[in-house]
Design a protein around this ligand. Structure first.
Ligand SMILES: Nc1ncnc2c1ncn2[C@@H]1O[C@H](COP(=O)(O)OP(=O)(O)OP(=O)(O)O)[C@@H](O)[C@H]1O
Length: 303
């Protein structure tokens, strides 16, 4: 393995110099984004209605360039999923704007794959027919769909399991099917919400490596993929991503934005990478910043 180097940069630096893409306009921009959810109570004892506000995101400014693998990491409730949902066009910011490829994410966009923490497979459909689902919604013909679904299941190591149903598959296999389904339509933007969180450590490492292999394999061609990967796991974030954005809750905000300059491709060396000094230094540094920010009680905690 070559020498591993790490580089840490401030938020402004990251936005100003995101590798070769520095001169291109970003694929994704969050500009002054604030998200307020109104929480309606059941009504207080005196009969008046109880309405409170929750600031899920505050002052979020991020640019992400095409092809980047960005991890959003942070404690529960810091707005990670809300950011994914904004990119998927499911949530519109209360203030500020989100721009995806020069337009609003609210406009229909078939070029996105969204994967969740738990498989979310349809139990009445076989593995193959689950993978076919996004292809059906995109109008693919039956033969082409079936061929693509078989190919994708083979890619994630499930050859021979095509006709099995959710209950016949382990949690790891279900996540593999979900991964195959997410990748089947070859989307250029992948929104991944803790996709490996429900797995045991060994299965998790295997799937991380398999996913990374697929992603790294595509990075040179026209179909390179941008990944926004939500996780609670700082180690997972550093292992997989080019850039880690650490978030804090109450209100959800960005505490740290760092380039992870570990070598690529990493898929074949993931197991070793996590024991290197470079990896541990980066993870430890981010962890200390995170702990320090929580311990120091940032500006939003009065909220
Ligand atoms: N539709 C909604 N209505 C009201 N509150 C919401 C809504 N969606 C999210 N929230 C709240 O906004 C905050 C941020 O939620 P979000 O799911 O984005 O956080 P998260 O960082 O992804 O958390 P977790 O890691 O637990 O999934 C939370 O306090 C959540 O309860």
């Amino acid at each position: 393995m070559g020498t591993l180097t790490s580089r840490t940069e401030s938020r402004a630096d990251v936005q100003a110099a995101p590798s070769a893409a520095a001169t291109a306009s970003p694929l994704i921009s969050f500009r002054g984004v604030r998200q307020v959810f109104r929480l309606s109570g059941r009504g207080s004892e005196d009969g008046s209605s109880d309405s409170r506000e929750l600031v899920a995101l505050q002052d979020v400014n991020v640019d992400i360039h095409a092809g980047q693998f960005v991890a959003l990491v942070g404690a529960s409730g810091c707005g990670k999923t809300t950011m994914l949902n904004m990119l998927a066009g499911l949530v519109e910011p209360t203030h500020g704007e989100v721009v995806l490829d020069g337009r609003s994410p609210r406009l229909p966009n078939m070029d996105i794959g969204y994967m969740f923490a738990r498989d979310a497979l349809l139990p009445w459909r076989s593995a193959r027919r689950n993978v076919e689902l996004p292809l059906e919604t995109r109008g693919w013909g039956r033969g082409r769909r079936q061929e693509r679904a078989r190919e994708m299941l083979e890619l994630v190591g499930l050859k021979g399991r095509e006709s099995q149903y959710r209950l016949q598959l382990s949690q790891g296999m279900r996540q593999r099917v979900a991964l195959a389904r997410t990748l089947a339509s070859d989307p250029s933007l992948l929104l991944m919400d803790e996709p490996f969180a429900a797995l045991d450590a060994r299965t998790k490492l295997t799937l991380q490596a398999e996913f990374l292999r697929i992603w790294e394999h595509n990075q040179d061609g026209d179909r390179r993929k941008t990944v926004i990967f939500v996780t609670h796991d700082l180690q997972e974030a550093v292992l997989l991503a080019d850039r880690v954005i650490v978030m804090l809750p109450h209100p959800g905000r960005i505490a740290e934005d760092r380039v992870i300059d570990l070598p690529r491709p990493r898929a074949e060396i993931l197991g070793e990478l996590q024991f290197t000094e470079e990896f541990q230094n980066i993870t430890h540094g981010l962890f200390e910043r995170l702990e320090g920010a929580i311990g120091g009680r940032g500006p939003g905690t009065a909220n």
